[in-house]
Design a protein around this ligand. Structure first.
Ligand SMILES: Cc1ncc(COP(=O)(O)O)c(C=O)c1O
Length: 364
């Protein structure tokens, strides 16, 4: 079976973890501070605050920005549910805007219709590793004085006009979950250029303590550990190569799957650098193709089959809208393996299997 995702772990990560374990200091310490510094430098912000997951990083960041009950935050319905849940955790209300059918990211032409006096922020998601249209987003935020949160959990190293995602917003948030472009196992980080926000995030992460055992406001325990940070530091040194390999595989698919059946392939317009967290194709025969690929030993997955507003926690809160593009797209997308652990032979096999599926379909 060719898995849909698999972390690339080598002796280097094992040695780094062993070193931390041998040191006896496995809680959050020096390794984590170094990782915060190295990752924020790589992306291009002044500060980084590691937390236990991408979800807790989003929650911490939104709280540090002062977002709360009564506020509305505009976001996408097509993401991992954590993006919108992080808004709910603060008491604020997620307001969903439909997506663009080609990029799968929020449709910037529809955002302004949803802005009112309660709208405080925009939480955008650079889905599958492709940046949102940042010129349009920045213009809207400036015009309406909105806070910008970038959910970069799937976009480590992705760029828009030669600037990395995570550097545009008031905060940028990344996840280091085991399936991401670089991993810790679990973990997340909030990036910002604002020292106050960074300090508040640090305090929120640890029970609201600016000083140990002296709590200034209600916080949490969202700390990570040096064991995870040791893995992250090694993975960061490999991120550029990982992303290059992902791009190389994507290019093989772009060539090999061009004009096959009714397939629509991912786009990467001028000015964008996609990091292909997922390589996601679109077809009206999605469910049949998924079944066929599984039988051929090819991992595949639908990210995401149900728009967030249609999921139970949202339905039970009274969300009952229908956004046409996301409803259509979520019934057609299928992700195929693009992670750096697969070989060129694997990619050739996947391409020929997909061609075989469409060939059989058309009676070739
Ligand atoms: C877009 C997006 N946002 C948020 C998260 C939450 O990250 P985590 O799973 O580390 O909590 C994820 C990933 O899993 C994600 O893909």
């Amino acid at each position: 079976m060719i898995p849909i995702c698999k972390p690339k772990i080598t002796e280097e990560e094992i040695t780094a973890v062993t070193k931390v374990l041998r040191s006896g200091n496995i809680v959050q310490g020096e390794e984590t501070s170094s990782f915060e510094k190295e990752f924020s430098e790589y992306i291009g912000t002044d500060y980084g605050v590691i937390t236990s997951s991408g979800t807790t990083a989003l929650m911490t960041g939104l709280t540090a920005l002062g977002l709360k009950q009564g506020d509305e935050i505009i976001t996408t319905p097509f993401s991992f549910i954590a993006s919108a849940n992080s808004i709910l955790y603060t008491g604020a209300k997620p307001v969903f805007v439909d997506i663009d059918s080609k990029s799968f990211n929020i449709d910037t032409s529809l955002i302004e219709k949803k802005i009112n006096e309660k709208t405080k922020a925009l939480l955008i998601v650079h889905l599958y590793g492709l940046s949102c249209d940042m010129d349009a987003i920045m213009e809207i935020c400036k015009k309406h004085n909105l806070i910008l949160i970038e959910d970069c959990c799937q976009a480590h190293g992705a760029e828009y006009k030669n600037k990395k995602v995570g550097t545009f917003g008031d905060i940028g948030v990344f996840s280091f979950y085991a399936t991401k472009n670089m991993i810790c196992g679990e973990g997340g980080i909030i990036l910002t250029n604002n020292q106050d926000i960074a300090e508040r995030c640090k305090a929120l992460r640890s029970h609201g303590e600016f000083k140990r055992y002296n709590s200034d406001f209600l916080g949490y325990n969202f700390r990570s550990t040096d064991v995870f940070s040791a893995i992250g530091r090694i993975q960061l040194t490999k991120l550029r190569n990982f992303n290059e390999r992902r791009r190389e595989i994507a290019e093989m698919y772009n060539q090999g799957l061009k004009d096959v059946g009714d397939l629509k392939l991912p786009i990467e317009e001028e000015g964008y650098a996609h990091v292909y967290h997922q390589y996601t194709i679109k077809t009206s025969k999605r469910d049949e193709l998924a079944k066929f690929l599984s039988k051929e030993g090819i991992g595949n997955k639908v990210y995401y089959p149900v728009p967030i507003y249609k999921q139970e926690p949202y339905k039970s809160m009274g969300y009952n809208e229908t956004l046409p593009v996301v409803e259509n797209i979520s019934s057609k997308v299928l992700s195929i393996p693009v992670h750096p652990s697969i070989t060129d032979e694997n990619v050739d096999y996947i391409i020929s299997s997909i061609k075989k599926f469409f060939g059989e379909e058309s009676g070739d």
